[in-house]
Design a protein around this ligand. Structure first.
Ligand code: G3H
Ligand code: 13P
Ligand code: NA
Ligand code: ZN
Length: 328
């Protein structure tokens, strides 16, 4: 059944677990994620970016999620707008059945220019008021996502600031977070701690200089009952880089967020863990393997079946390691 982000994260906080929020764009991703959730008795957050909404269409996305809920009646599902850029995006998502929205006011509407604190606070407060009036939840973001190594936002498509960002912008200010949550009344707060979107997060296995778990700890100390959200949480596992590169791919060596760091974050109040890149790599790795091993194959299902299996295995691993398993 569909539930709100607030309902799910309140339960997660009470029972000290985290919930992966997987991005979906199509039926196959939905099927794989829900098979994993059902098999380990986990609730799940499905999130659609603005790109996903224009790729599949709102009517298709709504019906995919409604079909998944009907097929898996025992799995609590949150349908969430990822990185809403303005009020219209958030409100139209709610009209299309999303139970939760992210109002990402850390950037201007163009999703490229870092915004002022006043702009972020105002727009997040307005969206929260409107969403709460119809029973939907809101995630806000304070701080700009990007690399502490390079000062860059990460992936060029999708959401991401442009130009060099300062450490001040790249790490959420724990003091400012108090006022932001109080004034906006948002249900969950996305924070910036050195992660960025996409595959190329870190040039080496991250330590405290480039992945600031201390920032999360300080925010949690100031706001112990606020549900924290970690964006850019793909681990970019070596086995998926290898699967892609051994089958004709060309991804330069890279490092993501180690799953054990996310497990530490969950102990410090992280409740929603956003993962897209790992899911993309799981499917693409199997597409490539299938295409290389069976060059005469042209039935898309033959590509989709192992791709869904690889994604299902990845999701199950995250449900188990985040403590989500057993909490449906
Ligand atoms: O925030 C970025 C997510 O990975 C979604 O990416 O905008 O390409 O769908 P997208
Ligand atoms: P990744 O690119 O690390 O998967 O992050 C996804 C994300 O934060 C979506 O909002
Ligand atoms: Na989000
Ligand atoms: Zn994100």
């Amino acid at each position: 059944a569909l539930i709100t982000l607030r309902q799910l994260l309140d339960h997660a906080a009470e029972h000290a677990y985290g919930v992966p929020a997987f991005n979906i764009n199509n039926m196959e991703q939905g099927l794989a994620i829900l098979r994993a959730a059902e098999s380990c008795d986990a609730p799940v957050i499905l999130q659609a970016s603005r790109g996903a909404r224009s790729y599949a269409g709102d009517v298709m996305l709504r019906n995919i999620v409604s079909a998944l809920a009907e097929m898996h009646p025992d799995v609590p599902i949150v349908m969430h707008q990822d990185h809403g850029n303005n009020e219209a995006t958030c409100l139209s998502a709610i009209r299309h059945g999303f139970t939760s929205v992210m109002m990402d006011g850390s950037l201007e509407e163009d999703m490229k220019t870092p915004s002022s604190y006043e702009y972020n606070l105002g727009i997040t407060r307005r969206v929260t008021k409107a969403a709460h009036a119809v029973g939907a939840s809101v995630e806000g973001e304070l701080g700009v996502l990007g690399s502490l190594e390079t000062g860059e936002a990460g992936e060029e498509d999708g959401s991401g600031a442009q130009g060099k960002l300062s450490h001040d912008q790249l790490l959420t200010d724990p003091e400012q977070a108090i006022g932001f949550v109080l004034a906006t009344k948002c249900d969950a707060l996305a924070i910036a701690c050195g992660t960025s979107h996409g595959a190329y997060k870190f040039s080496r296995k991250p330590d405290g200089d480039i992945l600031s778990m201390a920032t999360i700890e300080a925010i949690h100390r100031n706001l112990p009952s606020t549900h924290l959200v970690m964006h850019g949480s793909s681990s970019v596992p070596q086995y998926l880089q290898d699967l892609i590169n051994e089958n004709g791919g060309d991804m330069p060596q890279t490092y993501g967020v180690p799953v054990e760091e996310i497990e530490r974050g969950i102990k410090m109040g992280v409740r929603k863990v956003n993962i897209d890149t790992d899911c993309r790599m799981a499917m693409t790795g199997q597409f490539r393997r299938l295409a290389r091993e069976n060059p005469s194959e042209f039935d898309p299902r033959k590509f989709m079946i192992p791709a869904m299996k690889e994604l299902e295995d990845l999701c199950r691993d995250r449900f188990e390691r985040f403590g989500t398993a057993g909490n449906a």
